[in-house]
Structures are given as structure tokens and as C-alpha cells.
Design a binder for this molecule. Structure first.
Ligand code: ZN
Length: 280
């Protein structure tokens, strides 16, 4: 794990701002000759502004578009501050409309926590990130795609691909071809919607295949505090597969729910890979 908390240039055309508290995800900028693409919008206007100011200090042209990996609040609340067209999967775009019509006041957050719609952690993180004077302008999607979208930024090609997965059905990844960087968002993380954080072999295994099918050398995750090498991601994938296969074998041999024997649940891998919470 790296302690670095500032902007760094991780490849010739990619800048990365590492994740931070309370629930700020990684942000990246892909810099081409005629366009800069921001990867994820950030957790708030303040988060996005901090990224934009750091980019400007490096002499990078401001983003000409923002690509969103999924619609969790911490990845999209800052997009309005960027003031550039938003690129998003169709499902993400639909979620943005819903987020724009949601009341983010303390009272509304508390009511949704009480009703079991939000985790307490999520409400606390939103309150901390956004402060008491809370205005949450939500940037809606300007460009949507179904399976994938390719962008030419001038000397650098970007491929955005919908991958889904346990964490969020709308998850997409972004591949920067010339620099061999894959921006994963939260796609490899566990589901956060239920009482336990789980990955299912049904969704995780094909997703792992997809991730490794990119010829990437650097892998950036939403809330992981270091950029991973191909060797590191391959080790992680092996660990996933081993754990998932064991759980599946245990479930099939127990012939029942097997909750006690096959913790945490049927066909799921205990997968709390994050120290902090992750959004909705
Ligand atoms: Zn997320």
C-alpha cells in the first residue's frame, strides 16, 4: 500500500489521484492531443475541484468529457463540477436521473437508513463529504452506450466496456490502450447492497476473465490505495478463484444452504476487500 495521496502520473498519458477519506474513490485523467477524459466524477464538487486544480497545476488541459464507471454516489456526485459531457452506460444514466430526484438532506438520509435502504456508513460518509450546506447537483449522462464505446483522444485510444458484476450491475471498465492501463472502478469489489459483502462465482468468474483479457499492465481500482501490476492482479484473481471454487465445492457437498460450513453464504466468497465502505 502506498501512502501517496496526491496526483501522480502513472503512465505517459494517465494521471491518478488515489482514493481518500471519507469514501473518495480513485480519479484518473487520460490526456490526448485533442481531449482529456476524466475517469469518474468524484464524491463531491470539492473532490472533483481538488482533482481539476491538481491537473491544471500539471499543465493538463481540462477534461473534455467525464466517463463514469457506475452510479454509486462517491463516483458521480462530483461530475457536475467538471462541467464536461458525461459518458455513461445506459443503466448508469438511468440511475443518475434517480439520484437527481433524491433528497440528500440529513433527514432524508436518516429516514432511508432507518428504512434499511441505506447503510449507516453510507449516510455518515455522505454527510462528512458534503458538509451541512448540502447542494448536490447531479450531472446527467450526455452520451450513453450499451456494450462498449471507443474514444479517440488524439494519440490515445480509450475503450469503455460494460462488465457488470456483483458490486453494481452497471459497472464499466475503461482501458487506455497505448498506456495499457485498466481503470476498474469498483467492479471487482463485493456487493454492498445486502447485509453481507459477497461475491458470487457466477458473476465474479466471468468478470475476472474479462479483466485479464485486456492486455493491461497497470490496474487502478476505485478504493485500492495502490496501482496494481499485472502480476498483482493475477495473484488476486487466483485467490478469488481458489476461494470461489472452495465455496462452490463446499456448498455442493453439503447439499444444503451450508451457511455454517460454508461461511458466509452459498456460492459466495467472503470478499470484504475494502477497509472503508463503498457507496450504495
Ligand atoms: Zn461503488
Amino acid at each position: 500500500m502506498s501512502a501517496v495521496r496526491d496526483l501522480s502520473r502513472i503512465s505517459p498519458r494517465v494521471y491518478w489521484l488515489p482514493p481518500g477519506k471519507p469514501d473518495r474513490p480513485s480519479l484518473c485523467a487520460v490526456v490526448g492531443e485533442h481531449g482529456t477524459l476524466m475517469l469518474d466524477g468524484g464524491a463531491s464538487s470539492a473532490h472533483a475541484r481538488a482533482f481539476l486544480d491538481r491537473l491544471a497545476a500539471e499543465g493538463v488541459a481540462p477534461p473534455t468529457a467525464t466517463a463514469l464507471t457506475h452510479s454509486d454516489w462517491d463516483h458521480v456526485f462530483g461530475a457536475a463540477e467538471v462541467n464536461a459531457p458525461v459518458v455513461a452506460h445506459r443503466l448508469t444514466a438511468e440511475d443518475l436521473v434517480e439520484l437527481a430526484g433524491t433528497d440528500w438532506s440529513d433527514e432524508a438520509l436518516d429516514a432511508r437508513v432507518a428504512a434499511g435502504e441505506h447503510r449507516l456508513e453510507l449516510a455518515e460518509n455522505i454527510k462528512e463529504e458534503l458538509g451541512s450546506q448540502r447542494d448536490v447537483p447531479i450531472a446527467l449522462a450526455d452520451i450513453t452506450f450499451e456494450d462498449a464505446l471507443d474514444l479517440d483522444l488524439g494519440g490515445v485510444d480509450v475503450h469503455i466496456e460494460h462488465v457488470g458484476g456483483d458490486h453494481a450491475p452497471d459497472s464499466s471498465v475503461v482501458y487506455v490502450e497505448q498506456d495499457r492501463v485498466l481503470f476498474l472502478g469498483d467492479s471487482l469489489y463485493a456487493s454492498t447492497s445486502g447485509p453481507e459483502r459477497t461475491l458470487t462465482t457466477k458473476l465474479a468468474f466471468p468478470l475476472l476473465d474479462t479483466v485479464l483479457s485486456f492486455d493491461a499492465e497497470l490496474f487502478v481500482e476505485g478504493h485500492t490505495e495502490s496501482v496494481m501490476s499485472r502480476t498483482e492482479i493475477a495473484t488476486l484473481v487466483d485467490d478469488f478463484r481458489r476461494a470461489g471454487t472452495l465455496v462452490d465445492e463446499c456448498v455442493s457437498s453439503s447439499g444444503a444452504v451450508g451457511r455454517d460450513r460454508c461461511s458466509p453464504g452459498p456460492n459466495s466468497i467472503s470478499a470484504n476487500r475494502r477497509a472503508t465502505s463503498c457507496a450504495t
